[in-house]
Design a protein around this ligand. Structure first.
Ligand code: ATP
Ligand code: MG
Length: 183
């Protein structure tokens, strides 16, 4: 399973559809301050189910929608599509009938977020679980935010254990146990 493409439409500063091709090996994103480098990483987190506006540097989730510029009116929706190469068929159970997965999240003003996996409506929780079971996701230790290293050093042992659990790919089990305990 490998991320191959991220497509942003109306997401933050990316008003026109923009593809980020994620090739094998290392992909670097360079550009002047404010050109949208961090927005790309936030789009990746968001499509994997991030639900905290603060993690998107916003006050509300709709702040991810292109807010308009001098020459362009604001948009009514934002959409991010993450394409995953699944030719090795290593996707978690239930998602293994195709060589690729297209995970789409769209937010529409006054309506909210909706997800699709290969064109099929999917619940937010199931998308989050899909990534958790694949040892990744919006809280994955593979995505390192500014300040996160010092947070980790200062974290309580219990929180630090969560990071290890996520890295080991058992975050999904942790979530399922939590939900079972609530029932
Ligand atoms: P730096 O090098 O300073 O870290 P960066 O390349 O990471 O910069 P970002 O923080 O990704 O830049 O992009 C910030 C830009 O995105 C700003 O110009 C901001 O106005 C724009 N932006 C953020 N949210 C929206 C939005 N909803 N609509 C339009 N533009 C937005
Ligand atoms: Mg930045």
């Amino acid at each position: 399973m490998r991320f191959t493409k991220l497509r942003l439409t109306g997401f933050k500063s990316f008003v026109d559809p923009t593809d980020l091709i994620i090739a094998r090996g290392l992909t670097g994103v360079v550009g002047p301050n404010g050109c949208g480098k961090s927005n790309l990483l936030e789009a990746l987190r968001w499509v994997m189910g991030e639900n905290r506006p603060t993690a998107m540097r916003g006050g509300g989730m709709e702040d991810v929608i292109f807010a308009g510029a001098a020459s362009r009116p604001a948009r009514n929706f934002a959409e991010v599509c993450l394409t995953i190469d699944n030719s090795d068929r290593l996707a978690p159970a239930g998602y293994n009938d195709s060589d690729h997965l297209d995970i789409v999240r769209r937010i529409t003003r006054d309506v909210g977020s909706a997800y699709k996996v290969n064109g099929k409506d999917t619940r937010a929780r199931d998308v989050q679980m899909l990534f958790a079971d694949a040892s990744t996701g919006s809280t994955s230790p593979a995505l390192v935010r500014q300040g996160q290293i010092s947070e980790l050093i200062n974290a309580k042992p219990k929180n630090r254990r969560r990071v290890l659990e996520d890295a080991a790919g058992i975050g999904g089990l942790y979530q399922r146990r939590h939900e079972a305990e609530l029932k």
